[in-house]
Design a protein around this ligand. Structure first.
Ligand code: BJ8
Length: 381
Protein backbone atom coordinates (compact mmCIF):
# COMPACT_ATOMS: atom_id res chain seq x y z
CA UNK A 1 0.00 0.00 0.00
CA UNK A 2 1.46 3.31 -1.12
CA UNK A 3 1.59 6.02 1.54
CA UNK A 4 2.91 9.55 1.84
CA UNK A 5 5.78 10.33 4.26
CA UNK A 6 4.88 11.01 7.89
CA UNK A 7 6.24 14.57 7.66
CA UNK A 8 4.16 15.35 4.53
CA UNK A 9 2.04 18.04 6.23
CA UNK A 10 5.16 20.02 7.17
CA UNK A 11 6.18 20.48 3.50
CA UNK A 12 5.53 23.67 1.57
CA UNK A 13 3.03 23.68 -1.31
CA UNK A 14 5.60 23.16 -4.07
CA UNK A 15 7.03 20.09 -2.34
CA UNK A 16 3.59 18.69 -1.61
CA UNK A 17 2.78 19.13 -5.31
CA UNK A 18 5.91 17.17 -6.39
CA UNK A 19 5.04 14.38 -3.96
CA UNK A 20 1.49 14.19 -5.23
CA UNK A 21 2.57 14.15 -8.91
CA UNK A 22 4.79 11.16 -8.30
CA UNK A 23 2.27 9.56 -5.96
CA UNK A 24 -0.24 9.59 -8.80
CA UNK A 25 2.29 8.18 -11.27
CA UNK A 26 3.05 5.37 -8.83
CA UNK A 27 -0.65 4.74 -8.24
CA UNK A 28 -0.99 4.37 -11.99
CA UNK A 29 1.58 1.58 -11.84
CA UNK A 30 4.78 3.43 -12.82
CA UNK A 31 8.05 2.05 -11.47
CA UNK A 32 10.79 4.49 -10.53
CA UNK A 33 14.57 4.09 -10.32
CA UNK A 34 16.67 6.85 -8.76
CA UNK A 35 20.07 7.83 -10.19
CA UNK A 36 22.89 10.08 -9.05
CA UNK A 37 25.30 10.28 -11.93
CA UNK A 38 25.73 10.68 -15.67
CA UNK A 39 27.39 7.26 -15.81
CA UNK A 40 24.06 5.56 -15.04
CA UNK A 41 22.85 3.71 -18.15
CA UNK A 42 19.28 4.96 -18.12
CA UNK A 43 18.50 2.78 -21.15
CA UNK A 44 18.48 -0.24 -18.82
CA UNK A 45 15.93 1.42 -16.55
CA UNK A 46 13.61 2.23 -19.45
CA UNK A 47 14.05 -1.26 -20.92
CA UNK A 48 12.94 -2.65 -17.54
CA UNK A 49 9.71 -0.65 -17.92
CA UNK A 50 10.63 1.97 -15.29
CA UNK A 51 11.27 5.70 -15.34
CA UNK A 52 14.58 7.13 -14.19
CA UNK A 53 14.84 10.17 -11.99
CA UNK A 54 17.92 12.21 -11.07
CA UNK A 55 18.30 12.45 -7.30
CA UNK A 56 21.33 14.70 -6.72
CA UNK A 57 20.80 17.18 -3.88
CA UNK A 58 20.75 20.75 -5.10
CA UNK A 59 20.28 22.89 -2.01
CA UNK A 60 21.21 23.17 1.63
CA UNK A 61 18.18 21.13 2.60
CA UNK A 62 19.05 17.91 4.36
CA UNK A 63 22.71 18.81 4.84
CA UNK A 64 22.49 19.42 8.61
CA UNK A 65 20.75 16.07 9.08
CA UNK A 66 23.25 14.31 6.82
CA UNK A 67 26.12 15.68 8.89
CA UNK A 68 24.92 13.62 11.85
CA UNK A 69 26.10 10.57 9.90
CA UNK A 70 28.49 11.87 7.23
CA UNK A 71 31.63 14.01 7.65
CA UNK A 72 31.07 17.76 7.51
CA UNK A 73 33.98 18.01 5.06
CA UNK A 74 32.21 15.89 2.44
CA UNK A 75 31.05 17.50 -0.80
CA UNK A 76 27.66 19.28 -0.38
CA UNK A 77 26.16 17.36 -3.29
CA UNK A 78 26.67 14.06 -1.48
CA UNK A 79 25.48 15.38 1.88
CA UNK A 80 22.38 17.01 0.39
CA UNK A 81 21.54 13.88 -1.63
CA UNK A 82 21.78 11.64 1.40
CA UNK A 83 20.16 14.13 3.79
CA UNK A 84 17.10 14.57 1.60
CA UNK A 85 16.77 10.80 1.35
CA UNK A 86 17.17 10.03 5.04
CA UNK A 87 14.63 12.67 6.09
CA UNK A 88 12.02 11.66 3.48
CA UNK A 89 12.06 15.18 2.05
CA UNK A 90 12.76 14.14 -1.53
CA UNK A 91 9.66 12.84 -3.36
CA UNK A 92 11.82 11.25 -6.01
CA UNK A 93 13.84 9.23 -3.55
CA UNK A 94 10.81 8.45 -1.42
CA UNK A 95 8.94 6.91 -4.34
CA UNK A 96 11.96 5.23 -5.96
CA UNK A 97 11.72 1.45 -6.01
CA UNK A 98 15.49 1.18 -6.13
CA UNK A 99 18.68 3.09 -6.83
CA UNK A 100 21.16 2.48 -9.62
CA UNK A 101 24.54 3.92 -8.66
CA UNK A 102 28.24 3.68 -9.55
CA UNK A 103 31.64 3.84 -7.89
CA UNK A 104 32.65 7.35 -8.94
CA UNK A 105 34.27 9.49 -6.23
CA UNK A 106 35.09 8.01 -2.80
CA UNK A 107 32.48 10.06 -0.94
CA UNK A 108 29.65 9.00 -3.20
CA UNK A 109 30.47 5.32 -3.20
CA UNK A 110 30.77 5.20 0.60
CA UNK A 111 27.54 7.18 1.01
CA UNK A 112 25.75 4.50 -1.05
CA UNK A 113 26.63 1.97 1.67
CA UNK A 114 24.52 3.98 4.13
CA UNK A 115 21.84 4.63 1.52
CA UNK A 116 21.45 0.91 0.95
CA UNK A 117 19.99 0.71 4.46
CA UNK A 118 17.08 2.85 3.20
CA UNK A 119 16.38 1.37 -0.27
CA UNK A 120 17.66 -1.38 -2.58
CA UNK A 121 20.86 0.13 -4.03
CA UNK A 122 22.86 -1.46 -6.81
CA UNK A 123 26.37 -0.06 -7.26
CA UNK A 124 28.09 -0.57 -10.61
CA UNK A 125 31.88 -0.80 -10.48
CA UNK A 126 33.04 1.93 -12.81
CA UNK A 127 36.58 1.37 -14.10
CA UNK A 128 38.47 4.61 -13.63
CA UNK A 129 41.54 3.79 -15.71
CA UNK A 130 39.44 3.62 -18.84
CA UNK A 131 42.47 3.58 -21.18
CA UNK A 132 43.28 0.07 -19.95
CA UNK A 133 42.24 -2.71 -22.33
CA UNK A 134 40.20 -4.47 -19.63
CA UNK A 135 38.14 -1.39 -18.75
CA UNK A 136 35.55 -1.82 -21.49
CA UNK A 137 35.29 -5.57 -20.84
CA UNK A 138 34.64 -5.13 -17.13
CA UNK A 139 32.25 -2.19 -17.66
CA UNK A 140 30.23 -4.23 -20.18
CA UNK A 141 29.89 -6.93 -17.51
CA UNK A 142 28.79 -4.27 -15.03
CA UNK A 143 26.09 -3.09 -17.46
CA UNK A 144 24.83 -6.68 -17.71
CA UNK A 145 24.95 -7.06 -13.91
CA UNK A 146 22.91 -3.86 -13.51
CA UNK A 147 20.35 -5.24 -15.98
CA UNK A 148 20.03 -8.36 -13.82
CA UNK A 149 19.47 -6.20 -10.74
CA UNK A 150 16.62 -4.36 -12.46
CA UNK A 151 15.13 -7.60 -13.78
CA UNK A 152 15.11 -8.98 -10.23
CA UNK A 153 13.74 -5.76 -8.72
CA UNK A 154 10.77 -5.61 -11.08
CA UNK A 155 10.42 -9.27 -11.96
CA UNK A 156 10.74 -8.51 -15.67
CA UNK A 157 12.96 -9.60 -18.54
CA UNK A 158 15.01 -7.01 -20.41
CA UNK A 159 14.80 -8.32 -23.95
CA UNK A 160 17.10 -7.16 -26.74
CA UNK A 161 14.13 -5.51 -28.44
CA UNK A 162 13.19 -3.52 -25.34
CA UNK A 163 16.80 -2.48 -24.90
CA UNK A 164 17.06 -1.43 -28.51
CA UNK A 165 13.89 0.68 -28.22
CA UNK A 166 15.24 2.31 -25.07
CA UNK A 167 18.56 3.06 -26.81
CA UNK A 168 16.80 4.69 -29.77
CA UNK A 169 14.57 6.72 -27.45
CA UNK A 170 17.42 7.93 -25.25
CA UNK A 171 19.51 8.89 -28.28
CA UNK A 172 16.60 11.03 -29.50
CA UNK A 173 16.32 12.74 -26.10
CA UNK A 174 20.06 13.45 -26.09
CA UNK A 175 20.03 14.81 -29.61
CA UNK A 176 17.13 17.12 -28.67
CA UNK A 177 19.03 18.35 -25.61
CA UNK A 178 22.20 19.02 -27.62
CA UNK A 179 20.14 21.03 -30.14
CA UNK A 180 18.65 22.96 -27.24
CA UNK A 181 22.10 23.80 -25.86
CA UNK A 182 23.26 24.86 -29.29
CA UNK A 183 20.80 27.76 -29.26
CA UNK A 184 23.46 29.52 -27.19
CA UNK A 185 25.93 29.23 -30.08
CA UNK A 186 24.04 32.15 -31.64
CA UNK A 187 25.81 35.41 -31.00
CA UNK A 188 24.24 37.02 -29.10
CA UNK A 189 22.33 34.11 -27.64
CA UNK A 190 18.58 34.86 -27.84
CA UNK A 191 17.97 33.31 -24.42
CA UNK A 192 19.79 33.12 -21.11
CA UNK A 193 21.93 30.09 -20.32
CA UNK A 194 20.16 29.85 -16.98
CA UNK A 195 16.89 29.26 -18.77
CA UNK A 196 18.38 26.76 -21.22
CA UNK A 197 19.96 24.70 -18.46
CA UNK A 198 16.74 24.72 -16.45
CA UNK A 199 14.80 23.32 -19.43
CA UNK A 200 17.51 20.72 -20.15
CA UNK A 201 17.47 19.57 -16.54
CA UNK A 202 13.71 19.13 -16.55
CA UNK A 203 14.22 16.13 -18.88
CA UNK A 204 15.42 14.28 -15.78
CA UNK A 205 11.97 14.66 -14.22
CA UNK A 206 9.62 13.46 -16.89
CA UNK A 207 6.86 11.30 -15.41
CA UNK A 208 4.01 11.77 -17.83
CA UNK A 209 3.26 10.09 -21.14
CA UNK A 210 3.61 13.23 -23.25
CA UNK A 211 6.34 13.22 -25.83
CA UNK A 212 9.49 14.52 -24.13
CA UNK A 213 11.45 14.85 -27.38
CA UNK A 214 8.70 16.90 -29.04
CA UNK A 215 8.48 19.10 -25.95
CA UNK A 216 12.22 19.88 -25.98
CA UNK A 217 12.20 20.46 -29.75
CA UNK A 218 9.29 22.88 -29.39
CA UNK A 219 11.13 24.85 -26.72
CA UNK A 220 14.27 24.95 -28.89
CA UNK A 221 12.28 26.43 -31.78
CA UNK A 222 10.68 29.00 -29.48
CA UNK A 223 14.07 29.99 -28.06
CA UNK A 224 15.58 30.43 -31.53
CA UNK A 225 12.75 32.77 -32.51
CA UNK A 226 13.14 34.99 -29.47
CA UNK A 227 14.26 38.54 -30.03
CA UNK A 228 16.59 39.92 -27.44
CA UNK A 229 17.43 43.60 -27.32
CA UNK A 230 20.11 43.61 -24.64
CA UNK A 231 22.39 40.87 -26.02
CA UNK A 232 25.07 42.84 -27.87
CA UNK A 233 28.51 43.13 -26.29
CA UNK A 234 27.87 40.86 -23.31
CA UNK A 235 30.89 38.65 -22.58
CA UNK A 236 30.24 34.94 -23.07
CA UNK A 237 31.20 32.49 -20.34
CA UNK A 238 31.88 28.77 -20.35
CA UNK A 239 31.35 27.13 -16.97
CA UNK A 240 33.29 24.03 -16.06
CA UNK A 241 33.98 21.86 -13.01
CA UNK A 242 31.56 20.20 -10.61
CA UNK A 243 27.84 19.86 -11.38
CA UNK A 244 26.41 23.34 -10.88
CA UNK A 245 22.69 22.83 -10.22
CA UNK A 246 23.14 23.45 -6.47
CA UNK A 247 24.83 26.82 -7.07
CA UNK A 248 22.99 27.86 -10.21
CA UNK A 249 21.16 30.77 -8.61
CA UNK A 250 24.13 32.02 -6.62
CA UNK A 251 26.57 31.91 -9.53
CA UNK A 252 24.92 31.53 -12.94
CA UNK A 253 21.82 33.61 -12.39
CA UNK A 254 23.88 36.35 -10.75
CA UNK A 255 26.52 36.23 -13.51
CA UNK A 256 23.82 36.86 -16.09
CA UNK A 257 22.16 39.58 -14.01
CA UNK A 258 25.53 41.32 -13.77
CA UNK A 259 25.92 41.47 -17.56
CA UNK A 260 27.52 38.28 -18.94
CA UNK A 261 26.00 35.35 -20.83
CA UNK A 262 26.44 31.77 -19.66
CA UNK A 263 26.70 30.05 -23.04
CA UNK A 264 27.98 26.57 -22.29
CA UNK A 265 28.72 24.08 -19.52
CA UNK A 266 31.63 21.72 -19.74
CA UNK A 267 30.16 19.31 -17.23
CA UNK A 268 28.35 16.01 -17.17
CA UNK A 269 24.96 17.56 -17.93
CA UNK A 270 26.19 19.76 -20.78
CA UNK A 271 26.74 19.13 -24.48
CA UNK A 272 30.13 17.49 -24.00
CA UNK A 273 28.38 14.49 -22.40
CA UNK A 274 25.00 14.62 -24.14
CA UNK A 275 26.65 14.45 -27.56
CA UNK A 276 27.72 10.82 -27.03
CA UNK A 277 25.16 8.45 -28.55
CA UNK A 278 24.76 4.71 -28.08
CA UNK A 279 25.47 2.76 -31.29
CA UNK A 280 22.06 1.42 -32.35
CA UNK A 281 23.47 -1.27 -34.60
CA UNK A 282 25.78 -3.34 -32.43
CA UNK A 283 25.57 -5.50 -29.31
CA UNK A 284 23.43 -3.32 -27.00
CA UNK A 285 25.28 -4.05 -23.75
CA UNK A 286 28.67 -3.39 -25.29
CA UNK A 287 27.35 -0.30 -27.10
CA UNK A 288 25.92 1.11 -23.85
CA UNK A 289 29.20 0.42 -22.05
CA UNK A 290 31.20 2.17 -24.79
CA UNK A 291 28.99 5.25 -24.74
CA UNK A 292 29.11 5.77 -20.99
CA UNK A 293 32.82 5.13 -20.67
CA UNK A 294 33.46 8.12 -22.94
CA UNK A 295 32.19 10.56 -20.28
CA UNK A 296 35.02 12.86 -19.24
CA UNK A 297 34.45 13.15 -15.51
CA UNK A 298 37.32 13.98 -13.17
CA UNK A 299 36.92 10.61 -11.44
CA UNK A 300 38.69 9.14 -14.49
CA UNK A 301 42.46 8.95 -14.53
CA UNK A 302 43.98 10.14 -16.75
CA UNK A 303 41.21 12.43 -18.00
CA UNK A 304 42.93 14.32 -20.78
CA UNK A 305 39.93 14.21 -23.14
CA UNK A 306 38.12 16.63 -20.80
CA UNK A 307 40.68 19.31 -21.64
CA UNK A 308 40.34 18.70 -25.36
CA UNK A 309 36.59 19.16 -24.88
CA UNK A 310 37.04 22.44 -23.01
CA UNK A 311 39.14 23.83 -25.87
CA UNK A 312 36.63 22.66 -28.48
CA UNK A 313 33.65 24.08 -26.55
CA UNK A 314 35.36 27.46 -26.04
CA UNK A 315 35.78 27.60 -29.78
CA UNK A 316 32.31 26.35 -30.77
CA UNK A 317 30.44 28.57 -28.31
CA UNK A 318 32.80 31.56 -28.80
CA UNK A 319 33.45 31.93 -25.08
CA UNK A 320 35.35 34.95 -23.76
CA UNK A 321 36.21 33.48 -20.38
CA UNK A 322 35.98 30.35 -18.23
CA UNK A 323 34.66 29.99 -14.70
CA UNK A 324 35.48 26.77 -12.87
CA UNK A 325 33.20 25.72 -10.02
CA UNK A 326 34.77 23.50 -7.39
CA UNK A 327 32.49 22.27 -4.62
CA UNK A 328 34.12 22.05 -1.20
CA UNK A 329 35.39 18.52 -0.64
CA UNK A 330 35.53 17.58 -4.33
CA UNK A 331 39.15 16.55 -4.66
CA UNK A 332 39.03 15.24 -8.21
CA UNK A 333 37.78 18.47 -9.79
CA UNK A 334 39.95 20.55 -7.42
CA UNK A 335 43.10 18.79 -8.65
CA UNK A 336 42.11 19.01 -12.32
CA UNK A 337 41.44 22.75 -11.88
CA UNK A 338 45.19 23.38 -12.00
CA UNK A 339 45.33 21.96 -15.53
CA UNK A 340 42.20 23.82 -16.64
CA UNK A 341 43.69 27.08 -15.41
CA UNK A 342 46.95 26.47 -17.27
CA UNK A 343 45.19 25.63 -20.51
CA UNK A 344 42.75 28.54 -20.40
CA UNK A 345 45.06 31.22 -19.02
CA UNK A 346 48.43 30.25 -20.40
CA UNK A 347 47.75 28.27 -23.58
CA UNK A 348 44.67 30.16 -24.77
CA UNK A 349 45.39 33.51 -23.07
CA UNK A 350 41.81 33.86 -21.82
CA UNK A 351 40.37 35.02 -18.48
CA UNK A 352 39.86 32.15 -16.02
CA UNK A 353 38.39 32.21 -12.53
CA UNK A 354 38.00 29.40 -10.03
CA UNK A 355 35.19 29.58 -7.48
CA UNK A 356 35.38 27.23 -4.49
CA UNK A 357 31.97 27.09 -2.92
CA UNK A 358 29.17 24.99 -1.44
CA UNK A 359 25.37 25.18 -1.30
CA UNK A 360 25.22 27.78 1.51
CA UNK A 361 24.49 31.46 0.94
CA UNK A 362 27.33 32.65 3.20
CA UNK A 363 29.69 33.48 0.31
CA UNK A 364 27.05 35.09 -1.90
CA UNK A 365 28.42 38.63 -1.49
CA UNK A 366 32.01 37.57 -2.06
CA UNK A 367 31.05 35.62 -5.18
CA UNK A 368 29.10 38.55 -6.54
CA UNK A 369 32.14 40.84 -6.15
CA UNK A 370 34.35 38.33 -7.94
CA UNK A 371 31.84 37.85 -10.75
CA UNK A 372 31.69 41.62 -11.28
CA UNK A 373 35.50 41.85 -11.46
CA UNK A 374 35.62 38.88 -13.85
CA UNK A 375 33.11 40.48 -16.21
CA UNK A 376 35.23 43.66 -16.24
CA UNK A 377 38.30 41.58 -17.03
CA UNK A 378 36.56 39.85 -19.96
CA UNK A 379 35.21 43.14 -21.27
CA UNK A 380 38.68 44.67 -21.19
CA UNK A 381 40.39 41.66 -22.81
S1 BJ8 B 1 29.79 12.13 -14.11
S2 BJ8 B 1 30.61 14.97 -12.21
S3 BJ8 B 1 27.53 13.24 -11.70
S4 BJ8 B 1 30.61 11.76 -10.66
S5 BJ8 B 1 31.15 17.06 -7.00
S6 BJ8 B 1 29.87 13.97 -5.80
S7 BJ8 B 1 32.70 14.04 -8.06
S8 BJ8 B 1 32.97 15.07 -4.68
S9 BJ8 B 1 29.11 14.76 -8.98
FE1 BJ8 B 1 29.53 13.70 -10.70
FE2 BJ8 B 1 28.92 11.58 -12.11
FE3 BJ8 B 1 31.18 12.86 -12.52
FE4 BJ8 B 1 28.93 13.96 -13.27
FE5 BJ8 B 1 32.03 13.52 -5.97
FE6 BJ8 B 1 32.98 15.83 -6.79
FE7 BJ8 B 1 30.92 15.81 -5.17
FE8 BJ8 B 1 30.66 14.95 -7.66
Amino acid sequence: MLSLPKNFESFNDARKKSFMALYEAKQAGKKVVGTFCSYTPVELINAAGAISVGLCGKSEQGIAEAETRLPKTLCPLIKASYGMAMTDQCPYFYFSDGILAETTCDGKKKMYELMSLLKPVHVMNLPQGRDQAMAIESWTEEVKRAAKFLEGLFNVTITEDKLHDAIVYRNKVRKAIVDLYEVAKMKPSPVSGYEISTVAESADFHFTDDDLVAKIERTTREFKERIRNDGEGRPRVLITGCPNAGVRDKIIKRLEELGADYVCADNCAGPRTQKFMVDENSDPYRAIAERYLKINCSVMTPNTARFDDIKALIDEYQADGVIEIVLHGCHTFAVEAYTTMNIVQNDLGMPYMRLDTDFSQSDKGQIETRLGAFIEMMTAA
